[in-house]
Each structure stands twice: as structure tokens, then as C-alpha cells.
Design a protein around this ligand. Sequence first.
Ligand SMILES: Cc1cc2nc3c(=O)[nH]c(=O)nc-3n(C[C@H](O)[C@H](O)[C@H](O)COP(=O)(O)OP(=O)(O)OC[C@H]3O[C@@H](n4cnc5c(N)ncnc54)[C@H](O)[C@@H]3O)c2cc1C
Length: 545
Amino acid sequence: TTNTSYISNDQALNAFNDTHFCKLDRNDNVSPSCNVTFNELNAINKNIRDDLSGLLKSDFFKYFRLDLYKQCSFWDANDGLCLNRACSVDVVEDWDKLPEYWQPEILGSFNNNTMKEADDNDDECKFLDQLCQTGKKPVNIEDTINYCDINDFNGKDAVLIDLTANPERFTGYGGKQAGQIWSTIYQDNCFTIGETGESLAKDAFYRLVSGFHASIGTHLSKEYLNTKTGKWEPNLDLFMARIGNFPDRVTNMYFNYAVVAKALWKIQPYLPEFSFCDLVNKEIKNKMDNVISQLDTNIFNEDLVFANDLSLTLKDEFRSRFKNVTKIMDCVQCDRCRLWGKIQTTGYATALKILFEINDADEFTKQDIVGKLTKYELIALLQTFGRLSESIESVNMFEKMYGKRLNGTENRLSSFFQNNFFSILKKAGKSIRYTIENINNTKQEKEENDSSQAHAFEDLKVPQPKSVSKPAAGVENKWKKGWNTEINNVLEAFNFIYRSYVDLPRNIWKLTMTNAYKFWNKFIGVADYVSEEMQEPISYKLDIK
Ligand SMILES: Cc1cc2nc3c(=O)[nH]c(=O)nc-3n(C[C@H](O)[C@H](O)[C@H](O)COP(=O)(O)OP(=O)(O)OC[C@H]3O[C@@H](n4cnc5c(N)ncnc54)[C@H](O)[C@@H]3O)c2cc1C
């Protein structure tokens, strides 16, 4: 069910006492299988951001090829079609602007059923489903090591998509259909093998799915369509309702980051053998090297996942279940969501293949597996890492927004508590007390002075001066000051009451609009969203001095 994105006064007051965003200790390790803390991953991510973004925008990595309209094999998916413009994908039509290796005549070879066959005379760049390895030819792709269906990318109905023109963001897709996809994916975690003692594999599977889900939620919260302004902007409330209030979901995104990062780290030794076609080869390799050299082996320990006798059978089950997850993407009824869903599940599938299939293998098999990686698996791997990198950056951005809001709330609340009517009365009480106390003190001081003088004169045996009957000038001033304070306090209190009445219609209007928004969103079936301004608790809006 959708969590409400409205922050009530009570919640804000609780938040006032609880400044710990996501309730995570950033110095803790991300998981038992990751020897790295949240802070360390944040630091790594900061260092690689620029190179990674540059890489993903390069001509080599920014295009993806996919059969977007593959039949959903799980159920009749005619239900819940997303008709929003934001759900659609723009496919490439102006081919002239594309680099040579994406031209239709070269791409045309994809539609050829013989494309996977080795051909000694072929230009290496034409083997676009393989990584164009120099001196190596594509070989038969075995399906016993794959965690996804790698044929999704070379079917005759596959289209080429510029990912930079189709960013993953809020689409309005949701409701029963999206819920059905997610629950089917989570149900895939019901392993039949290794009920006991193998919880790490199940745990890893759940974390992968949940981290993927949370990462999507983070992107759609970061690029949310503000229907009032027509601008794409971050929506803190949506983020908190979907992810920020669930530390485990945030953790699972970091876990996924560690998994994919480790897979990239593992292919680094083979990087010199990759050939990304002459034009971009050097530049891409340099950038990839810059990114991967910031990672290290401690990020994730894949050896722990399948660690006992059951491991082989469990690994098979894990593989086929994850393959199912990638297939379920065909049932997503929003093109843009399906595209990014497919890319990311393929990215995770590729990471799992690299992590688990080359683990105990000899050097020849390792090279063979990495050598057989298809271009689309590599693009998906890097793009998925890019998505996770952005998710982590977004978590930190939302944390700052949350802190700012909290400070704002804190100031407004403390200003409210300092200046509300009762405080003013309390202050007034204090100042009355202060005035009376002052008068008493002055009296006491005077008496003490008189008596001490008496003692002194007694000691000196000289006649005592007569006591002064008129109040001293300082006491008179304090009376006057106290009186003025009282008048000011009364005026302030009246002003406050007056402002409350003036603001009342505006607050009633806001309350009505907030509920109308919620009702409308529910009626048209989009996420329960109330615009930022509407969400602001009304009591904060009272501009009390
Ligand atoms: C493959 C796929 C891709 C999508 N891509 C996009 C997109 O690009 N843009 C877009 O706007 N929408 C996208 N959606 C829709 C989006 O994911 C949500 O389904 C939708 O916004 C409705 O959200 P919701 O709050 O109803 O709960 P949902 O996100 O649908 O979640 C259903 C239930 O799962 C549980 N849950 C939620 N998050 C987690 C988590 N991280 N870990 C564990 N449990 C969790 C909660 O109990 C929740 O009620 C996509 C959906 C799918 C299936």
C-alpha cells in the first residue's frame, strides 16, 4: 500500500527530536558480506561520479538495444496499461547523427539469424553483440551460466534506444499492475533448497530485489513531475515515504552498489583485452580504468553467498529464479519502466554471472566467460552501476534536504513555542515577577545598606543620617520599563490573535486543497502525492513573530 506523503504536525514534532536521517549509522558495514561502510561507499562514489557519468553518456554506452514488446510469459498483461506520455520511450529515428557502428547497415546484422556465428572476414566492430575482442571470435553462448535471457537484445523486433533521451524518472506508472509485478518478484525469493544454513543466498536475493526496487523509487522521487510548475524536481516527502523511512531499503541499495562494483572490479584484469572499436577504444578504456581502480576486493565477498555443500544446487536455483526476475520485466506495462527495468535486471544478472560463475573457475574458463560477455551485458552492467551511483548520490542529497527542512521546522517550531500566546503570557508573568522581584531586591538592598551603614556609624560612634523616604531614580525607571513591557506583551498577544483570524481562510483553503489533491490522485490512480507547498503543516505557516 502507498504510504502517505503528508507530514503531520505530530510527525514533524517527532522529527524535531529525531535528527537521524534513515536511522543508519554511516560507520557501520553495509552487510555481513560487505567489508565496507556506508561512508566509505559514499566516498568511493563521490570519486568516480564524473568518470562514470562521462562513460555512460559516451556513444558506446548510451545506446541500448532491446525487444520492448516481448510477450509477457507470466500472465495476460493487458491490464493496467500506462497511458502517460512519461511512460513512453523515444526510439532513434535520425540515424544520420549516430556513430558508424550504430548505423542501420551494421545494426541490420542483428536481425540476421546467423549473427552469432563466427566469421573470419568480419570486421570486429560488426560483432555488436560481442565486445569486439581483438583476435577473438564470438562463440556459442551457453545458457547454463546466464542469469538473464541474453537473446532479448538481438531479436528481430529489437529497437535501438538512446538512454540519455529516455531517462529513468517518475512516470505515474503504479497501481495494481505494478504491485503485481513487485509481489511476483518478491515471491521468487521462496527458495525450495537449503531452507536451513543457507540464508545468505536468500538474503542476497532479497536484498538485490529490494535494492533494485528502492533504487527505482529513489530515481522517481528525485525526478518527480511537479504538476503545479511543470518542472521535474526532487520530492523529499515521496522519497521519505518510499525509501527514507525504511533504513533496510537504503541499506539494500548500498548492498547492490557493492555487488555491481565488485563485479566490475573482477573484470578489470581482462580490460586490456576488450576492444570497444578503434574510434572510442582508448577513451573508454581509460575512463573504465579510472572508475574501476577506485574500487577494491573488500567491497563485497561473494564467497560467502554460496558457502557450503548445497551451494551448487542452490546456485542453479538462484540463477533460474533471477532469470525469472528479468523475464517478469516483459510484463511491465510502461515502456520507459520496462526499458530501465530490463537494463537493470540484466545489469544485476551480468554482475551475478561474473561474481558467481568465474569464482572457482580456472584462468582459461574465467577468460572465456568474460570474453563471452555481450556488448549489451556490459552496457547493462555499467548503466546499472550508474543508476546505483545516482541513487547513492540522491540519498545524500535527500539527507541534506531533510536536514534543511528539519532546521527550518526547528526554527519555526521554536519560534512558535517562544512566541505563541501562552509564552507571551508566560513572558509577561515573568516580567511582572521580575519587576516585583526588582522592587523587593531594591528594598532589601536599601535596608541592608541602611543597616550596614548603621553598623558602620555605630562603630564610629557618630550620629546616623536620616533614611531616604522617596524611591531612588533607578527604581522609578524599572517601574516604567516593566509597565512598557506589559503594554508591549498585551499588544503582541492581540496582534497574534488578529493574525490567526486573518490567516484562517487561507489555512482552511489549503486544507481543502490538500484533501482535494489527495482525493483526485486516488481517483486517477497515481501515487498519493501532495505538492510540497500543500504538504507544509498549516501551523508552520502561521508567521508568528
Ligand atoms: C520493473 C518496474 C519498473 C518501474 N519503473 C518506474 C519508473 O521508472 N518510474 C516510475 O514512476 N515508476 C516506476 N515503476 C512503478 C513504481 O516502482 C511503483 O510500483 C509505483 O510508483 C507505485 O508505488 P507504491 O508506493 O504503490 O508501491 P510499490 O513501489 O509498487 O511497492 C509495493 C509494495 O512493496 C513494498 N516495497 C516498496 N519498496 C520496497 C523495497 N525497496 N524493498 C522491499 N519492499 C518494498 C511495500 O510494501 C510496497 O507497498 C516501476 C515498477 C516496476 C515493477
